[in-house]
Design a binder for this molecule. Structure first.
Ligand SMILES: [Zn+2]
Length: 63
């Protein structure tokens, strides 16, 4: 029995790992400015905000 171990390496076509939309699993490659709450209260967290053009959702990703 062969265990597929190379599936992780296929993430990202430009050699850069892109986060996935939690809803539709599309690759998020466009960042948007963070909201006021995150900028002032959670400024110490490495949060990045991405927009998904497929389902029009903005998602915070911890990186
Ligand atoms: Zn999406």
């Amino acid at each position: 029995m062969v265990i597929p171990v190379n599936s992780i390496e296929s993430i990202g076509s430009k050699g850069k790992k892109l986060p996935l939309c939690p809803k539709c699993k599309a690759q998020l490659d466009d960042r948007v400015p963070r909201g006021f709450f995150v900028k002032t209260i959670l400024f110490f967290l490495p949060l990045k905000r991405y927009i998904c053009y497929r389902c029009q959702r903005k998602t915070y990703i911890l990186q």
